[in-house]
Design a protein around this ligand. Structure first.
Ligand code: AMP
Ligand code: ZN
Ligand code: ZN
Length: 341
Protein backbone atom coordinates (compact mmCIF):
# COMPACT_ATOMS: atom_id res chain seq x y z
CA UNK A 1 0.00 0.00 0.00
CA UNK A 2 1.43 3.38 1.00
CA UNK A 3 5.08 2.39 1.26
CA UNK A 4 5.18 1.16 -2.36
CA UNK A 5 3.91 4.45 -3.77
CA UNK A 6 5.94 7.39 -4.99
CA UNK A 7 4.87 10.96 -4.24
CA UNK A 8 2.36 12.27 -6.73
CA UNK A 9 0.87 15.70 -7.43
CA UNK A 10 -2.81 15.55 -8.41
CA UNK A 11 -5.08 18.27 -9.75
CA UNK A 12 -8.46 18.76 -8.11
CA UNK A 13 -10.58 19.86 -11.08
CA UNK A 14 -13.51 20.91 -8.87
CA UNK A 15 -11.67 23.32 -6.54
CA UNK A 16 -8.88 24.00 -9.04
CA UNK A 17 -5.97 23.22 -6.75
CA UNK A 18 -3.01 20.90 -6.65
CA UNK A 19 -2.51 18.38 -3.87
CA UNK A 20 0.76 16.62 -3.02
CA UNK A 21 0.42 12.98 -1.98
CA UNK A 22 3.40 11.99 0.07
CA UNK A 23 2.92 8.61 1.77
CA UNK A 24 6.50 8.63 3.04
CA UNK A 25 5.39 11.18 5.61
CA UNK A 26 2.76 8.88 7.04
CA UNK A 27 2.11 5.72 8.94
CA UNK A 28 -0.04 3.07 7.27
CA UNK A 29 -3.48 4.43 6.25
CA UNK A 30 -5.19 1.98 8.57
CA UNK A 31 -3.14 3.30 11.52
CA UNK A 32 -4.50 6.83 11.26
CA UNK A 33 -6.32 7.85 14.44
CA UNK A 34 -7.28 11.18 15.89
CA UNK A 35 -5.02 12.17 18.80
CA UNK A 36 -7.68 14.57 20.08
CA UNK A 37 -11.03 12.79 19.80
CA UNK A 38 -13.99 15.12 19.79
CA UNK A 39 -15.38 13.88 23.13
CA UNK A 40 -18.17 16.38 22.82
CA UNK A 41 -20.60 15.61 25.62
CA UNK A 42 -19.25 17.65 28.51
CA UNK A 43 -20.75 20.82 30.05
CA UNK A 44 -24.35 19.64 29.72
CA UNK A 45 -25.41 21.55 32.81
CA UNK A 46 -25.21 25.04 31.31
CA UNK A 47 -26.01 24.28 27.68
CA UNK A 48 -28.30 26.84 25.99
CA UNK A 49 -29.21 24.37 23.22
CA UNK A 50 -30.73 21.76 25.57
CA UNK A 51 -34.53 21.41 25.74
CA UNK A 52 -35.78 23.56 28.61
CA UNK A 53 -33.11 26.26 28.10
CA UNK A 54 -34.72 27.88 25.05
CA UNK A 55 -34.89 31.23 26.89
CA UNK A 56 -31.07 31.34 26.94
CA UNK A 57 -30.92 31.33 23.16
CA UNK A 58 -31.22 34.06 20.57
CA UNK A 59 -34.70 34.17 18.92
CA UNK A 60 -36.13 31.10 17.20
CA UNK A 61 -36.77 31.25 13.45
CA UNK A 62 -38.72 28.00 13.27
CA UNK A 63 -38.93 24.60 14.91
CA UNK A 64 -39.77 21.10 13.79
CA UNK A 65 -42.46 20.07 14.31
CA UNK A 66 -44.02 23.50 13.84
CA UNK A 67 -46.72 22.63 16.33
CA UNK A 68 -45.89 24.22 19.70
CA UNK A 69 -48.06 21.71 21.59
CA UNK A 70 -45.54 18.88 21.11
CA UNK A 71 -41.84 18.79 22.00
CA UNK A 72 -39.46 20.13 19.36
CA UNK A 73 -37.02 17.86 17.51
CA UNK A 74 -35.04 20.53 15.64
CA UNK A 75 -34.79 24.29 16.17
CA UNK A 76 -33.43 26.87 13.73
CA UNK A 77 -32.44 29.93 15.75
CA UNK A 78 -30.57 33.19 15.29
CA UNK A 79 -26.92 33.09 16.29
CA UNK A 80 -26.37 35.03 19.53
CA UNK A 81 -22.98 36.22 18.24
CA UNK A 82 -23.65 36.58 14.52
CA UNK A 83 -20.86 37.17 12.04
CA UNK A 84 -23.21 39.42 10.02
CA UNK A 85 -26.08 41.79 10.82
CA UNK A 86 -29.65 40.89 9.81
CA UNK A 87 -30.69 44.55 10.13
CA UNK A 88 -32.53 45.23 6.85
CA UNK A 89 -31.42 48.90 6.90
CA UNK A 90 -27.88 47.70 6.19
CA UNK A 91 -29.04 46.30 2.86
CA UNK A 92 -29.22 49.73 1.23
CA UNK A 93 -25.48 50.16 1.58
CA UNK A 94 -24.96 47.05 -0.55
CA UNK A 95 -25.99 48.83 -3.72
CA UNK A 96 -23.11 50.00 -5.92
CA UNK A 97 -20.22 49.72 -3.44
CA UNK A 98 -17.51 52.20 -4.40
CA UNK A 99 -13.80 51.91 -3.56
CA UNK A 100 -12.63 54.45 -0.97
CA UNK A 101 -9.82 56.99 -1.46
CA UNK A 102 -7.26 54.20 -0.93
CA UNK A 103 -8.99 51.97 -3.49
CA UNK A 104 -10.22 49.60 -0.79
CA UNK A 105 -13.71 48.19 -1.09
CA UNK A 106 -16.13 47.85 1.83
CA UNK A 107 -19.71 46.57 2.01
CA UNK A 108 -22.07 46.81 4.93
CA UNK A 109 -21.98 43.58 6.95
CA UNK A 110 -25.55 42.55 6.05
CA UNK A 111 -26.36 38.86 6.15
CA UNK A 112 -27.79 36.08 8.28
CA UNK A 113 -26.07 33.75 10.70
CA UNK A 114 -28.27 30.98 12.07
CA UNK A 115 -27.77 27.91 14.21
CA UNK A 116 -29.56 24.60 13.61
CA UNK A 117 -29.99 22.64 16.85
CA UNK A 118 -30.20 19.09 15.55
CA UNK A 119 -31.66 17.40 18.63
CA UNK A 120 -33.10 18.46 21.99
CA UNK A 121 -30.86 15.96 23.84
CA UNK A 122 -27.35 16.97 24.86
CA UNK A 123 -25.77 13.53 24.65
CA UNK A 124 -27.10 12.67 21.19
CA UNK A 125 -24.85 13.41 18.22
CA UNK A 126 -25.93 13.78 14.59
CA UNK A 127 -24.71 10.25 13.74
CA UNK A 128 -26.80 8.83 16.62
CA UNK A 129 -30.00 9.99 14.87
CA UNK A 130 -31.84 7.71 12.43
CA UNK A 131 -31.62 8.24 8.66
CA UNK A 132 -35.12 9.75 8.79
CA UNK A 133 -34.16 12.13 11.60
CA UNK A 134 -30.98 13.23 9.80
CA UNK A 135 -33.22 13.69 6.74
CA UNK A 136 -35.33 16.07 8.83
CA UNK A 137 -32.23 18.12 9.68
CA UNK A 138 -31.47 18.32 5.95
CA UNK A 139 -35.07 19.42 5.33
CA UNK A 140 -34.60 22.17 7.93
CA UNK A 141 -31.51 23.42 6.04
CA UNK A 142 -33.54 23.33 2.84
CA UNK A 143 -36.46 25.22 4.32
CA UNK A 144 -34.22 27.92 5.80
CA UNK A 145 -32.33 28.39 2.51
CA UNK A 146 -35.67 28.88 0.73
CA UNK A 147 -36.55 31.63 3.23
CA UNK A 148 -33.15 33.29 2.76
CA UNK A 149 -33.55 33.13 -1.01
CA UNK A 150 -36.34 35.72 -0.72
CA UNK A 151 -33.80 38.39 0.26
CA UNK A 152 -32.72 39.95 -3.00
CA UNK A 153 -29.26 40.91 -1.70
CA UNK A 154 -28.34 37.43 -0.42
CA UNK A 155 -26.09 35.81 -3.02
CA UNK A 156 -24.81 32.64 -1.40
CA UNK A 157 -25.81 30.42 1.53
CA UNK A 158 -23.23 28.28 3.31
CA UNK A 159 -24.37 25.34 5.46
CA UNK A 160 -21.66 23.83 7.63
CA UNK A 161 -21.05 21.81 10.76
CA UNK A 162 -18.13 21.98 13.20
CA UNK A 163 -17.81 18.93 15.44
CA UNK A 164 -15.20 18.85 18.20
CA UNK A 165 -13.12 21.72 19.57
CA UNK A 166 -10.25 21.42 17.10
CA UNK A 167 -12.76 21.56 14.23
CA UNK A 168 -13.94 24.91 15.59
CA UNK A 169 -16.94 23.86 17.69
CA UNK A 170 -17.47 26.04 20.76
CA UNK A 171 -20.54 24.15 22.02
CA UNK A 172 -20.77 20.39 22.31
CA UNK A 173 -24.57 20.09 21.84
CA UNK A 174 -25.15 18.78 18.31
CA UNK A 175 -25.68 21.70 15.94
CA UNK A 176 -24.79 23.11 12.57
CA UNK A 177 -24.75 26.63 11.15
CA UNK A 178 -26.07 28.53 8.15
CA UNK A 179 -24.49 31.79 6.97
CA UNK A 180 -26.17 33.79 4.21
CA UNK A 181 -23.82 36.21 2.44
CA UNK A 182 -24.34 39.31 0.28
CA UNK A 183 -21.31 38.25 -1.80
CA UNK A 184 -20.22 35.13 -3.69
CA UNK A 185 -17.15 33.89 -1.76
CA UNK A 186 -13.94 33.44 -3.78
CA UNK A 187 -13.74 29.68 -3.29
CA UNK A 188 -17.26 29.36 -4.75
CA UNK A 189 -16.33 31.44 -7.81
CA UNK A 190 -13.14 29.42 -8.25
CA UNK A 191 -15.11 26.15 -7.99
CA UNK A 192 -17.67 27.26 -10.56
CA UNK A 193 -15.01 28.59 -12.95
CA UNK A 194 -13.12 25.33 -12.63
CA UNK A 195 -16.23 23.20 -13.30
CA UNK A 196 -17.02 25.46 -16.27
CA UNK A 197 -13.53 24.96 -17.65
CA UNK A 198 -14.04 21.15 -17.45
CA UNK A 199 -17.47 21.50 -19.10
CA UNK A 200 -16.13 23.69 -21.91
CA UNK A 201 -13.34 21.17 -22.56
CA UNK A 202 -15.41 17.96 -22.37
CA UNK A 203 -19.06 18.98 -22.76
CA UNK A 204 -19.79 17.22 -19.45
CA UNK A 205 -20.33 17.99 -15.77
CA UNK A 206 -17.24 16.94 -13.81
CA UNK A 207 -19.28 15.40 -10.96
CA UNK A 208 -21.74 13.54 -13.23
CA UNK A 209 -18.66 12.11 -14.94
CA UNK A 210 -16.98 10.73 -11.82
CA UNK A 211 -16.10 7.05 -12.27
CA UNK A 212 -15.52 6.17 -8.63
CA UNK A 213 -14.13 2.62 -9.00
CA UNK A 214 -11.32 2.38 -6.42
CA UNK A 215 -12.45 5.66 -4.81
CA UNK A 216 -15.97 4.47 -4.01
CA UNK A 217 -16.87 3.97 -0.36
CA UNK A 218 -20.58 3.26 -0.67
CA UNK A 219 -23.42 3.72 -3.13
CA UNK A 220 -27.00 4.40 -2.02
CA UNK A 221 -30.10 4.68 -4.20
CA UNK A 222 -29.57 8.34 -5.10
CA UNK A 223 -26.01 9.18 -3.95
CA UNK A 224 -22.43 7.98 -3.97
CA UNK A 225 -19.83 8.56 -1.28
CA UNK A 226 -16.24 8.71 -2.47
CA UNK A 227 -12.81 9.85 -1.43
CA UNK A 228 -12.09 12.48 -4.10
CA UNK A 229 -9.25 11.75 -6.56
CA UNK A 230 -7.26 14.77 -5.32
CA UNK A 231 -8.47 14.88 -1.70
CA UNK A 232 -6.84 17.78 0.12
CA UNK A 233 -7.11 16.03 3.50
CA UNK A 234 -6.62 12.42 4.66
CA UNK A 235 -9.93 10.53 4.70
CA UNK A 236 -11.86 13.44 3.17
CA UNK A 237 -15.23 12.25 1.84
CA UNK A 238 -17.63 13.69 -0.74
CA UNK A 239 -21.29 12.65 -0.91
CA UNK A 240 -22.51 13.38 -4.43
CA UNK A 241 -26.10 13.11 -5.71
CA UNK A 242 -26.49 10.92 -8.81
CA UNK A 243 -28.89 13.41 -10.36
CA UNK A 244 -27.37 16.54 -11.81
CA UNK A 245 -28.68 19.34 -9.60
CA UNK A 246 -27.04 22.73 -9.04
CA UNK A 247 -28.71 23.67 -5.76
CA UNK A 248 -28.89 21.62 -2.57
CA UNK A 249 -32.21 23.23 -1.65
CA UNK A 250 -33.85 21.77 -4.76
CA UNK A 251 -33.25 18.21 -3.52
CA UNK A 252 -36.50 16.17 -3.51
CA UNK A 253 -37.85 15.69 0.01
CA UNK A 254 -38.02 11.92 -0.38
CA UNK A 255 -34.30 11.72 -1.22
CA UNK A 256 -33.29 13.34 2.08
CA UNK A 257 -33.80 10.07 4.00
CA UNK A 258 -31.47 8.26 1.58
CA UNK A 259 -28.96 11.11 1.95
CA UNK A 260 -29.39 11.04 5.75
CA UNK A 261 -28.61 7.31 5.82
CA UNK A 262 -25.44 7.70 3.75
CA UNK A 263 -24.27 10.69 5.80
CA UNK A 264 -24.84 8.70 9.01
CA UNK A 265 -22.88 5.75 7.61
CA UNK A 266 -19.95 7.95 6.59
CA UNK A 267 -19.82 9.73 9.97
CA UNK A 268 -19.97 6.40 11.82
CA UNK A 269 -17.20 4.95 9.64
CA UNK A 270 -14.96 7.97 10.31
CA UNK A 271 -15.72 7.76 14.02
CA UNK A 272 -15.00 4.03 14.20
CA UNK A 273 -11.87 4.04 12.06
CA UNK A 274 -10.30 7.30 13.25
CA UNK A 275 -11.18 7.37 16.97
CA UNK A 276 -14.09 9.84 16.91
CA UNK A 277 -12.15 12.60 15.15
CA UNK A 278 -13.21 16.24 15.12
CA UNK A 279 -14.65 17.00 11.67
CA UNK A 280 -16.28 19.66 9.55
CA UNK A 281 -18.86 19.18 6.85
CA UNK A 282 -19.81 21.72 4.25
CA UNK A 283 -22.56 21.76 1.63
CA UNK A 284 -21.14 23.12 -1.62
CA UNK A 285 -24.02 24.50 -3.66
CA UNK A 286 -24.48 27.19 -6.32
CA UNK A 287 -25.12 30.91 -5.88
CA UNK A 288 -28.82 31.58 -5.28
CA UNK A 289 -29.37 33.55 -8.45
CA UNK A 290 -27.13 31.45 -10.67
CA UNK A 291 -27.64 32.11 -14.37
CA UNK A 292 -29.17 29.43 -16.61
CA UNK A 293 -25.82 29.08 -18.40
CA UNK A 294 -24.15 28.02 -15.09
CA UNK A 295 -26.57 25.20 -14.36
CA UNK A 296 -25.17 22.54 -16.75
CA UNK A 297 -21.79 22.40 -15.00
CA UNK A 298 -22.62 23.22 -11.35
CA UNK A 299 -23.51 20.19 -9.22
CA UNK A 300 -23.98 20.39 -5.46
CA UNK A 301 -22.26 17.98 -3.04
CA UNK A 302 -21.35 17.59 0.62
CA UNK A 303 -17.72 17.49 1.76
CA UNK A 304 -16.67 15.90 5.07
CA UNK A 305 -13.19 16.67 6.42
CA UNK A 306 -11.93 14.86 9.54
CA UNK A 307 -9.36 17.01 11.34
CA UNK A 308 -6.26 14.82 11.48
CA UNK A 309 -3.48 17.10 10.23
CA UNK A 310 -2.50 20.72 10.74
CA UNK A 311 -2.06 23.24 7.97
CA UNK A 312 1.24 25.06 8.38
CA UNK A 313 3.52 27.46 6.52
CA UNK A 314 3.78 25.54 3.25
CA UNK A 315 0.01 25.07 2.90
CA UNK A 316 -0.66 28.74 3.79
CA UNK A 317 1.95 30.00 1.38
CA UNK A 318 1.09 27.84 -1.61
CA UNK A 319 -2.55 26.78 -1.21
CA UNK A 320 -1.28 23.24 -1.92
CA UNK A 321 -1.99 20.68 0.76
CA UNK A 322 0.24 17.73 1.50
CA UNK A 323 -1.90 14.66 2.04
CA UNK A 324 -0.10 11.62 3.48
CA UNK A 325 -2.88 9.16 2.52
CA UNK A 326 -3.60 8.24 -1.09
CA UNK A 327 -7.35 8.46 -1.81
CA UNK A 328 -7.50 4.86 -3.05
CA UNK A 329 -6.04 3.67 0.26
CA UNK A 330 -8.39 5.84 2.33
CA UNK A 331 -11.39 4.60 0.32
CA UNK A 332 -10.38 0.96 0.84
CA UNK A 333 -10.03 1.45 4.60
CA UNK A 334 -13.41 3.24 4.81
CA UNK A 335 -15.11 0.65 2.58
CA UNK A 336 -13.91 -2.16 4.80
CA UNK A 337 -14.63 -0.72 8.25
CA UNK A 338 -17.90 -2.17 9.52
CA UNK A 339 -20.32 -0.19 11.65
CA UNK A 340 -23.66 -0.92 13.22
CA UNK A 341 -26.35 1.38 11.84
P1 AMP B 1 -19.73 26.40 16.97
O1 AMP B 1 -18.84 27.54 17.36
O2 AMP B 1 -19.43 25.81 15.66
O3 AMP B 1 -19.81 25.38 18.07
O4 AMP B 1 -21.20 27.00 16.81
C1 AMP B 1 -21.94 27.43 17.91
C2 AMP B 1 -22.53 28.74 17.55
O5 AMP B 1 -23.58 29.02 18.48
C3 AMP B 1 -21.53 29.89 17.64
O6 AMP B 1 -21.48 30.53 16.38
C4 AMP B 1 -22.11 30.79 18.72
O7 AMP B 1 -22.00 32.15 18.38
C5 AMP B 1 -23.56 30.39 18.80
N1 AMP B 1 -24.16 30.53 20.12
C6 AMP B 1 -23.57 30.37 21.33
N2 AMP B 1 -24.48 30.52 22.33
C7 AMP B 1 -25.67 30.78 21.74
C8 AMP B 1 -27.00 31.02 22.22
N3 AMP B 1 -27.25 31.04 23.53
N4 AMP B 1 -27.98 31.26 21.31
C9 AMP B 1 -27.71 31.26 20.00
N5 AMP B 1 -26.48 31.02 19.48
C10 AMP B 1 -25.48 30.80 20.32
ZN1 ZN C 1 -27.19 20.71 25.43
ZN1 ZN D 1 -23.54 17.00 -12.74
Amino acid sequence: MASSRNPEIRKDTVFNRWVIFSPARAKRPSDFKSKSPANPNNNASKCPFCAGNEHECAPEIFRIPRDFTSDWKIRVIENLYPALSRDERQQQQLQNPKPNAHNQCTLSGFGFHDVVIETPTHTVQLFDLSATEIGEVLLAYKERIKQLECHESIKYVQVFKNYGASAGASLSHSHSQIIALPIIPPSVSIRLDSMKEYFDRTGKCSLCEIQPEELLIKQSTHFISVVPFAASFPFEIWIIPNDHLSHFHELDDEKTVDFGGLLKLMLLKLSRQLNDPPFNFMIHTSPLHAGVSQLPYSHWFLQIVPQLTTSAGFEMATGCNINPVFPEDAAKVLREVNVLM
